[in-house]
Ligand binder design. Structure first.
Ligand code: C5P
Length: 219
């Protein structure tokens, strides 16, 4: 299969030296990229800034902002069999990016933010993607209900949900605990290393692709 994976945080500039970002390390997305490549699939990793080495044997597109990630996905998605959106994309970006470093003045500084494109949300409708579509849901409450709602709204085959309020797993950790939310059922993957969970997810995506095409698709 040809698999596109988004990973990492995005970085939304405010001025030449400042930006808004989030705590995503990119570890889950990179573990997925490595696991798909190890299983013999062709991987295109579209990644925001991380400290992780690029896994060997994959194609890599570095991006910074959500808009750049959006452009990269729009350019490549049409030729993919599966897409896994593991990036923690900023929902908002500063309305304007100052050309010079913003000087301090006054006691308050009010930032105006505008919405970023919802890349996963556009995959089916605007990008006409018909392959296997997997989204992630990082939640702090009502994990399954929120993930199931996302699955329907964004017309995904699978939402991989994790509770980011649990200490020791999720953001910036090597470990995670996942809830796999499919249209017809839900499966819990107990706490484990992200690399092991990634291997399990590869199998789930292979199964979804095989079920979709009526036969197992060779890598
Ligand atoms: O709705 P929410 O942002 O929680 O959805 C998370 C999922 O959507 C993740 O798979 C994330 O990669 C993707 N997403 C995206 N573009 C955005 C926001 C989220 O692709 N602007």
């Amino acid at each position: 299969m040809k698999v596109l994976i988004t990973a990492g945080p995005t970085r939304e500039p405010l001025d030449p030296v400042r930006y808004l970002t989030n705590r995503s390390s990119g570890k889950m997305g990179y573990a997925l990229a490595a696991a798909f490549a190890d299983a013999g699939h062709h991987v295109l990793l579209v990644s925001g800034p991380t400290d992780i080495d690029i896994p060997p044997g994959i194609d890599f597109v570095p991006v910074e902002t959500a808009s750049e990630m959006h452009d990269a996905v729009r350019r490549h998605l049409f030729r993919m069999d599966a897409a896994i959106f593991a990036a923690a994309v900023a929902d908002y970006r500063p309305a304007t990016v100052a050309g010079e470093k913003i000087k301090k003045s006054g006691e308050e500084l009010v930032l105006k933010l505008v919405r970023n494109p919802d890349i996963l949300g556009e995959a089916r409708d605007k990008m006409n993607f018909e392959g296997i579509l997997v989204g992630f849901a990082a939640e702090t409450e009502n994990l399954e209900a929120n993930a199931r709602d996302k699955l329907k709204r964004k017309r995904c085959d699978l939402i991989v949900a994790n509770d980011v309020s649990k200490p020791g797993i999720g953001f910036d950790s090597d470990r995670n605990e996942l809830l796999l939310v499919f249209p017809e059922h839900t499966a819990a993957l107990p706490e484990d290393e992200k690399h092991h969970l990634a291997r399990h997810l590869v199998k789930e995506v292979e199964l979804l692709a095989a079920t979709r095409s009526g036969a197992f698709q060779a890598p």
